[in-house]
Design a binder for this molecule. Structure first.
Ligand SMILES: *Cc1c(COP(=O)(O)O)cnc(C)c1O
Length: 366
């Protein structure tokens, strides 16, 4: 029986929410489904937490997240006024959509990309057009440089680089051509995974005032649970972003985040060591998967996007899950249904994954 709709429901803003990867609560599982870092936060984080002055919690935090913003400015080589801090890059992106995409013209992004972009566009009623990636999950730059709406016909561009969930990197020259072609709209480049061997477009900030780069502490810095992300951009862009944010919630960056975020930044060698380890495990894992017959896309991230010509991928996904190994499978869009996105875990976790995949394959061959 269908429930009848109540009168007040007519006035509700109805949306289909983003579906995050599962966060199963049982212990002893191998979690390769949400691109978290398999290594713990930098050792200094524990110390900073233990030494935190609890009385600080009595007060509201500094509204810009200083002194964390200053420390991050030093780390990234920009002015503090060129930085915006948010509760994960999801919040930064959500506020950037709200701030910069305010017109009748469609915002462009690929059909296969971070599946939150269309959710925000729907939420804010921003028109958008999703452009198909080619067979190799690459973008064709002409689609963005010469959009079918015409040069004056678009409201913005959003590109994740490297892209998710494919892991594929777009070269910085191509990105620059796209950014240079559209001085009249904001171009957002989501660099959630840039630390895992990709090239940042940060040098382009000097040339293009309409470029906004978004990054996160969730992946390369092992701090998904803290919820800290940031944007880098021209001071004017950042000011507009803060104006919207301060019209919504002044105190988003809480006191523990300000303290722990700085502790993360203090240990650069740990950051570099863990990132390098993940890259090494990624390359090894890619070869092993290929030797099992998988097609593996060249990744510059902490995950691999794979398919197999002979295996029933949704079935393999469920089978692994029953054995406590969680990877990510997307039902939408249709053409990525035969793919799995596998986050890079520790060497031991990847070993367990391969053992299980081999067992699955042997079981099917019988
Ligand atoms: C993980 C991810 C984010 C969001 O990360 P936060 O945890 O909210 O910082 C944003 N964009 C892409 C492409 C991601 O994969």
């Amino acid at each position: 029986m269908l429930e009848t709709e109540e009168l007040w429901e007519e006035n509700v803003r109805r949306v289909t929410p983003y579906t995050p990867g599962e966060q199963p609560q049982q212990k002893n599982i191998i979690k390769l489904n949400t691109n978290e870092n398999p290594y713990p936060p930098a050792p200094g984080v524990r110390e900073a937490m233990q030494e935190m002055d609890i009385d600080l919690l009595r007060r509201y935090p500094e509204p810009y997240g200083d002194p964390l913003r200053k420390a991050l400015a030093e780390e990234t080589g920009v002015e503090p006024e060129e930085l915006f801090l948010g509760v994960g890059s999801d919040e930064v992106l959500a506020l950037a959509f709200l701030t910069f995409f305010h017109g009748e013209k469609p915002v462009l992004f690929p059909d296969i990309t971070y599946s939150f972009y269309d959710v925000w566009a729907e939420l804010y009623r921003i028109p958008y057009r999703q452009i198909s990636l080619n067979e190799d999950f690459q973008i064709s730059k002409e689609d963005y440089i010469f959009p079918s709406e015409g040069k004056d016909g678009i409201g913005g561009i959003v590109l994740a680089n490297p892209n998710a969930p494919t892991g594929v990197e777009l070269n910085p020259e191509t990105l620059e051509e796209i950014i240079a072609a559209h001085p009249e709209v904001v171009v957002i480049v989501d660099e959630a995974y840039v630390d895992f061997g990709a090239t940042s477009v940060q040098p382009l900030l000097k040339k293009y005032n309409q470029l906004l780069i978004v990054r996160t502490f969730s992946k390369s810095r092992s701090m998904a649970g803290l919820r800290l992300g940031y944007a880098i951009g021209n001071k004017k862009l950042i000011k507009y972003l803060y104006d919207v944010k301060f019209s919504f919630n002044s105190y988003t960056i809480n006191q523990p985040t300000i303290i722990l975020g700085q502790a993360v930044l203090r240990d650069r060698p740990y950051f570099e060591k863990t990132v390098r380890q993940i890259e090494e495990t990624r390359e090894k894992s890619a070869s092993r998967l290929e030797s099992l017959g998988f097609k593996v896309f060249k990744s510059k991230t902490n995950f691999l996007f794979v398919t197999h010509p002979k295996l029933d991928i949704p079935d393999l996904f469920e089978w692994l899950k029953k054995r406590g190994i969680f990877v990510r499978h997307f039902n939408k869009p249709e053409r990525i249904r035969p793919f799995l996105r596998i986050s890079i875990g520790t060497e031991e976790e990847m070993e367990a994954l391969f053992t299980n995949i081999k067992e699955y394959i042997i079981g099917k061959e019988k």
